[in-house]
Design a protein. Structure first.
Length: 475
């Protein structure tokens, strides 16, 4: 790195100064049709920084900006816009302008955008692509949704094992300008079959006359285009790569998946799991832009299921109606004991689902998880049971609210809490594993769902304990 005489690194372009009024300045330049100054103003900014600012412009000005900026800047900025903003921009452009923009997008970004459009509109967009780009887009869209094939790009650099380092570097300089990444260079044979991948650092540090074959170490992994994106995410985490090759059934290199796409996948997967854990279907769209009717539909389905489940609580209460009539004091602690079990179950479900997603254990380790929750549930139940017992005992010294048999009431609540919290912990930890074993998403066992199940069984435990302790006195 070159350093100026004053000690500064003059080879690094200066970052644009923070401009809180950039939106207003850009808007004013567009209104005045001063496009020369506009290009100069936007030149130092990165597309990722520009996109959220430009997205706040009126749609008419945003379309004017795209019409008058370079196709490279337009394409780079377009890929960072929200889906709704992308669609509105395209509606304001002419067909030739839309064609230029779509053809300039990287294959993976374009596939992601087309995948979000209705089928008829996506077909119209495909018709605007050049024959070569249309073939690429159609081949990527042919793979299953959420598969690696939908995410991969064809913009990679591949060299041959018989080349020298000098020939490889010359090839990279000639063909690497518009590639997705140059951090990793792939080695293929004359038929395009993947042999290895090499970090570009090794090329830079090796003698120029050294053969590429001498740099091979066989330390690589690969993906299939039909692999689920979650598997790709696991491999990126495991091998700490910035790009992974995608090969067909004959091990022929057909594309790559890059880490920037994996970051988006990780965010989407985490968002989906969090939404499911909250007791709703995954929205699949930003909360602020999803149509209200669609959001209500996704939330209502789970609320109805949970509501019907809670009806069983009323059924259980009716079954113990005689016991409640004989010892009305028991009804005072129903919300306390069943909510404690639901909370313990929700905790266990959340911890197990997240640990399962992070690969901290496998399904065959279910017994180890059960043993941990047996111990944890018993300890947590004992803590809450002791607090409940002491609370009733303390109140009984100052009032007669719990009657002369307050010791039996306190014992019932204390023992019941141990059983209910233990049961809730077991239910919350084992249900996600059962769903995973059956091939369902473990996040479906949401915290509200587990709490609802524990509410019903908690009542049975509570009144069973009450009968055993109070039989012959209050019951």
């Amino acid at each position: 790195m070159e350093v100026a005489s004053d000690g500064s690194a003059d080879s690094i372009p200066p970052m644009p100064a923070e401009t809180p009024n950039l939106k207003a300045e850009v808007s004013a330049l567009i209104s005045n049709k001063d496009f020369a100054s506009l290009k100069q103003k936007l030149a130092p900014w990165l597309p990722a920084d520009l996109a959220p600012i430009l997205a706040e412009l009126p749609i008419e000005q945003l379309a004017i900006l795209f019409r008058n900026s370079s196709k490279e800047l337009a394409a780079a900025t377009f890929s960072y816009l929200e889906h709704g903003a992308k669609y509105r921009v395209l509606k304001m452009l002419t067909q030739p302008q839309v064609a230029v923009l779509l053809n300039e997008l990287s294959p993976d970004d374009r596939t992601a955008f087309l995948n979000e459009l209705p089928l008829d509109l996506a077909m119209q967009m495909l018709g605007l692509l050049t024959p070569q780009e249309r073939q690429v887009a159609q081949s990527l869209l042919a793979y299953p949704e959420h598969s690696v094939g939908r995410m991969m790009t064809l913009d990679y650099v591949a060299v041959r094992p018989e080349w020298t380092v000098r020939e490889s570097l010359d090839y990279i300089r000639e063909h690497g300008y518009d590639r997705e990444t140059l951090n990793v260079v792939f080695v293929v044979d004359e038929r395009g079959h993947l042999i290895d991948d090499i970090r570009v650092r090794r090329f830079l540090l090796s003698p120029l006359d050294a053969p590429v074959r001498g740099l091979l170490d066989g330390n690589y992994t690969m993906l299939s285009p039909t692999d689920d994106r979650e598997r790709a995410l696991e491999l990126f985490k495991k091998f700490d790569r910035v790009a992974l090759p995608v090969v067909d059934e004959n091990r022929k290199l057909i594309g790559i998946v890059t880490v920037d796409d994996m970051l988006d996948v990780a965010e989407e997967e985490a968002t989906e799991d969090i939404q499911k854990l909250g007791g709703t279907e995954a929205l699949d769209e930003p909360y602020t832009t999803i149509p209200l009717a669609r959001m209500v539909k996704k939330r209502a389905s789970w609320l109805v299921v949970l509501f019907l489940g809670e009806m069983l609580t009323a059924t259980a209460m009716g079954f113990f109606e005689d016991e409640i009539a004989k010892a009305v004091v028991l009804a005072l602690f129903v919300p306390l004991v069943i909510s404690s079990g639901g909370n313990a179950g929700s905790q266990a479900a959340t911890l197990v689902i997240r640990a399962l997603a992070l690969g901290e254990f496998r399904l065959r380790d279910w017994w180890r998880i059960m043993r941990r929750e047996l111990a944890a549930g018993t300890a947590l139940g004992a803590i809450l049971g002791a607090i409940g017992f002491l609370r009733i005992a303390a109140w009984s010294f100052f009032s007669n609210i719990y009657g002369p048999h307050w010791m039996l009431v306190a014992s019932t609540v204390g023992v019941a809490l141990i059983g209910i919290v233990l049961w809730g912990s077991l239910m919350g930890s084992m249900l996600p594993l059962l769903l995973k074993r059956l091939g369902f998403d473990p996040a479906t066992s949401s915290a509200p769902f587990v709490a609802t199940l524990v509410d019903v069984t908690g009542l049975i435990i509570y009144f069973t304990v009450a009968y055993l302790i109070m039989h012959g006195t209050l019951l």
